[in-house]
Design a protein around this ligand. Structure first.
Ligand code: ADP
Length: 446
């Protein structure tokens, strides 16, 4: 097992990794930028090291700065968290070239799955259903029109290097399509340094359901049930729950098996997520996330499996200690992402000083956060402040518990998504489980 891990991230996920490592008897080194200097969560690591100024390009995204830090403090592994360098194959390779284990899949696996068009190809070869669309990247105007007319409008143009809900464009007809294709390529080049795009049928209001997987790279791959993530704004998740209220057991099993098949075909190792869209009685693969995800606690609460711990164990070469038959889903969990944003003003970021902070608690409530009263939310990074996750024997009880916990939760000084979550959890359609990826936009439009 590792002796010392460097956590190449910040905020709540850095703290989550520090907590797992501490319970495993592993020392941690936290890195921080000047913008995070003095943050209280950093004190919970065994050591701290500054890796540069506030902008992430010069700190949390700087491979040389992080590798230099890892060498100075002499760690045997790096946990990348999510976002930043977590899905960067070059970073994974550089870590390993320096004799430091990267806690994640092999660089080659990340390269293949990180390219969405290639991931689609792997899925197709593994006989996992994908959204109808192009075979690989679309090279010219003629090809895109052909694909669109074969699958029918509306279509969605996606950047193969895209992520975080960015790099997608819908086109409803031929003229719009050609324009959108040029724009999507230019945008993808500017945002991701890679102009490749592919096309999918734009599904009308699908549900987003994803499967958590764990693979030890020694032949064992298990899936840990699913998470429903259809409450989204701008294709970004806001609420997640498990099990999904929108699928039945046979789809659940079929999706789980599909995810395992795909992971096998890609030579997967570590924790990962296979994302699917569900439309009617069909499900379609959309992408793999080669990292721990924000919403992993939902799965931890319903399975009792500490995913970060398992991720660290398999990275250290240990076998998974359980098999598919040992995975039992118990009860229901819901997660609300508490962001420093103003939902009333288009989810505009709301950084600044938190003047009052009262955390919810009590039975079945988990709060993953690095913030507190007196914490100043820096403007530089993602706006996630806290994840409020509840667990209860039934979905109804989990909804009531979430409503109660949200009512207890007070954050003052900045705007947050707490008031919006209080409304969502009381919404009749949400409570019935009758919602899809169009739910939040429709709700906000009133
Ligand atoms: P990203 O990597 O940017 O998160 P995804 O491919 O995971 O992109 O898609 C994010 C969200 O965009 C999905 O959860 C869904 O709401 C929407 N989406 C993606 N593909 C389609 C599609 N073919 N039809 C309709 N909605 C889609």
């Amino acid at each position: 097992m590792f002796h010392r891990i460097l956590v190449a991230n910040r905020g709540e996920i850095a703290l989550r990794v520090i907590r797992a490592a501490r319970e495993m008897g592993i020392d941690t080194v936290a890195v921080y930028s000047k913008a995070d200097e003095g943050a209280a969560y950093l004190e919970l690591a065994d050591e701290r090291i500054c890796i540069g100024p506030g902008p992430s390009s010069q700190s949390y995204l700087s491979i040389p700065s992080i590798i230099a830090a890892a060498e100075v403090v002499d760690v045997d592994a790096i946990h990348p968290g999510y976002g930043f360098l977590s899905e960067n194959a070059e970073f994974a390779q550089t870590c390993r070239d320096h004799g430091i284990e990267f806690i994640g899949p092999e660089a080659e696996t990340m390269r293949k799955l990180g390219d969405k068009a290639t991931a689609r190809d792997i899925a197709k070869q593994a006989k996992v259903p994908v959204v109808p669309g192009s075979d690989g990247l679309v090279q010219d105007e003629k090809a895109i029109v052909e694909v669109a007319e074969r699958i029918g409008y509306p279509v969605l143009i996606k950047a193969t290097a895209g992520g975080g809900g960015r790099g997608m464009r819908v086109a409803n007809g031929r003229i719009a399509l050609v324009n959108a294709w040029h724009q999507a390529r230019a945008e993808a080049q500017a945002a991701f340094g890679e102009s490749g795009v592919y096309v999918e049928k734009y599904l009308e209001r699908p549900r987003h359901v994803e499967i958590q997987i764990l693979a030890d790279g020694r032949g064992r791959i298990v899936y840990l049930g699913e998470r429903e993530c259809s409450v989204q704004r701008r294709h970004q998740k806001l609420v997640e729950e498990g099990p999904s209220p929108g699928i039945n057991d046979s789809m659940r099993r079929a999706m789980g098996r599909a995810a395992v098949k795909l992971a096998k075909a890609a030579g997967y190792k570590g924790a990962g997520t296979c994302e699917f869209l569900v439309a009617g009685k069909e499900f379609y693969f959309i992408e793999v996330n080669c990292r721990i995800q924000v919403e992993h606690p939902v799965t931890e609460l319903i399975t009792g499996i500490d995913i970060v711990r398992e991720q660290i164990r398999v990275a250290a070469g240990e076998k998974l200690s359980f098999d598919q038959g040992d995975v039992k889903v118990k009860g229901h969990a819901i997660e609300a992402r508490i962001n420093a944003e103003d939902p009333a003003r288009g989810f505009r970021p709301s950084p600044g000083l938190i003047t009052r902070f009262i955390a919810p608690g009590g039975p079945g409530v988990r709060l993953d956060t690095h913030v507190h009263a007196g914490y100043k939310v820096p403007p530089n990074y993602d706006s996630l402040l806290a994840k409020l996750i509840v667990h209860a024997p039934t979905r109804q009880a989990a909804l009531d518990r979430m409503a109660r916990a949200l009512d207890e939760f007070t954050i003052e000084g900045i705007k947050t998504t707490i008031p919006l979550h209080r409304e969502i959890v009381r919404n009749a359609f949400f409570r019935k489980g009758d919602y899809d990826t169009g739910f939040l936009d429709e709700y906000l439009a009133g």
